[in-house]
Design a protein around this ligand. Structure first.
Ligand SMILES: Nc1ncnc2c1ncn2[C@@H]1O[C@H](COP(=O)(O)OP(=O)(O)O)[C@@H](O)[C@H]1O
Ligand SMILES: [Mg+2]
Length: 271
């Protein structure tokens, strides 16, 4: 059965698009059939991070409005044949994303893919609620900073109220992905520690992604970090998170300042 995952956050710039690409690629690397969907209409940068910007002809809005068939808009990844992208429009207005149109596209995607990973715009506006509407699972991307954690709490509230699952009386499966974690800054007290974040948000942790130049480098190359250098710390952390999404139990480690090494095993139960 296919799973729809929304990658969401209250605040912008926390690493949603980076995480959508990396988790999508990591799942596809295990042989699962994956599509990453860009709901960030107007900004449109998932295609850049995926290195597919020059191949975009049709986009999500074209499909929602019936101007193009889904197959015309899907872009198959050049490196991984199990990975596809449904890009967003940069020029069209996000009001063109209708609830009925999105529901129809999601239904079609469910027939074709094992995993549908939706990259959400930040915030609590319509674009974000449309991106989460059909999800089975939410990955809440949070940086270890007070403002980011506070905004994540609001998103958790929306996930539990404004989604199809919530309207049916169910509960959305939610996971916390802590990104841009800098162990030195956490040690100095400039950033929240993992425990502090978990205490405030109280949803299970699916991964801790260290702040890393490798991520920026991969992004500039248009390659998800798990594809550009599978052995670097952020790639490993994303691959482990993807396997946890698939239901595997893998010990969680908090990144330390020793490059490429993970520190003491994290005591709490992982997601
Ligand atoms: N782990 C990381 N280490 C370093 N830079 C990162 C990391 N994760 C994301 N970034 C950078 O942060 C910026 C915002 O990331 P992005 O994924 O576009 O966030 P969002 O989609 O939430 O707005 C980008 O420049 C990205 O390369
Ligand atoms: Mg983004």
């Amino acid at each position: 059965m296919s799973k729809v995952v929304v990658v969401t956050s209250g605040k912008g710039g926390v690493g949603k698009t980076t995480s959508t690409a990396a988790l999508g690629a990591a799942l596809a690397q295990t042989g699962q059939n994956v599509v990453v969907v860009d709901f960030d209409v107007g900004l449109r940068n998932l295609d850049l991070v995926m290195g597919a910007e020059r191949r975009v002809v049709y986009d999500l809005i074209n499909v929602v409005q019936g101007d193009a068939k889904l197959a015309q808009a899907l872009i198959r990844d050049k490196r991984l044949e199990t990975l596809s992208l449904l890009p967003a429009s940069q020029t069209r207005d996000k009001d063109n994303l209708t609830a009925e149109g999105v529901a129809k596209v999601m239904g079609e995607l469910r027939k074709k893919f094992d995993w549908i990973i939706c990259d959400s715009p930040a915030g609590i506006e319509r674009g974000a609620t449309l991106a989460m509407r059909h999800a089975d699972v939410a990955v809440v991307v949070t940086n270890p900073e007070v403002s980011s954690v506070r905004d994540s709490d609001r998103i958790i509230g929306l996930l539990d109220s404004k989604t199809e699952i919530a309207e049916r009386g169910g509960t959305m499966e939610k996971h916390l992905l802590l990104t841009r974690y800098d162990p030195n800054r956490a040690d100095r007290g400039d950033m929240l520690k993992v425990d502090d974040v978990l205490e405030i948000l109280s949803i299970p942790l699916i991964g801790i992604i260290p702040e890393s130049m490798e991520v920026l480098r991969a992004s500039n190359l248009g390659t998800p970090v798990t594809l550009s250098d599978a052995s670097c710390a952020p790639a490993k952390a994303y691959s482990d998170a993807a396997r946890r999404l698939m239901g595997e139990t893998i010990p969680m480690a908090v990144p330390t300042d020793r490059k490429g090494l993970f520190g003491k095993l994290f005591g709490r139960r992982a997601a």
